[in-house]
Design a protein around this ligand. Sequence first.
Ligand SMILES: [Fe+2]
Length: 302
Amino acid sequence: MRVQVRGIRSIEIEMVDPERAAMFYSQVWHLTEVDRRDGSIYLRATGCYHHVLAIHRAAGAPALRRIVYDAASRDIVDRLFQSVRGQAPQCEAPHVLSSPGGGYGFGFTDPDRCNFAVVCDVCDHEDCADRSDHPTKISHVNLNSPDISRAGRFLVDALGFTPMDHSGALTFFRCDSADHSSMVLCQAPWTTLNHVAFEMPDVDSTMRGAGRMRDHGYPIEWGVGRHGPSGNVFAYFAGPEELPIEYSSEIRQVDDSYVPRGPEFWSRPPGRTDEWGVTNPHTARWKRIQELFRYVPDAYRL
Ligand SMILES: [Fe+2]
């Protein structure tokens, strides 16, 4: 059996103004604050994970501090540590965690020096029913990399991801989940965060969320539309301090019989940037903000 993570549990960001960001993610984005500690703010979605977003104070520019994967058991954490430690530039041993939600896990960096963690046994929530117009979890994270074959090999060889479709500059990766992809790599000149997607329970919620964002002065930078390979409905925005964020719903559900396709299959007529053909191309701002969010150096220890 392949040893794999089963999705993205949370992301951690550094903001110049954490209070303003927390206000946005609770009142506009519809997450719920669950904890504060040492100046950091933790917010949950409606799913069971203790938190899906941690906001820390930035020492300099806003940045991505960490992406945290969820594992099903200590045995899987320990086995993933064995494969990661030989391939990661930096890696610490698994240990019991004292951060909000606790648990057991370890931190490491990938070949692009992005910080990751694999954790299990977190004190999660029992109330996890979907709620209309509220995010359920992190759907996927897309990272820009100057060398996606190297970064992709690490996802596959060290963490057990399965390569899925590739289209244009994008390659998709699935873990132990029915979701088509939890990680996406984008070939780019930069080593930065491309975007973070929050899953909405249905298309109506994505549409209502997009409308609420516009009401609060956050225009849609790309969308609403439907993607090809991952199949999800998308709406992209520049969040506080220009963090690239997405509302997403109906990501394609697959099993091991899914046959990945290449760029020929997913090509579209000129000018069309989604499956429906309804959205305008992304804005110049959307492209620009994908160069902004760098990774906090050497912040891999939990
Ligand atoms: Fe996305």
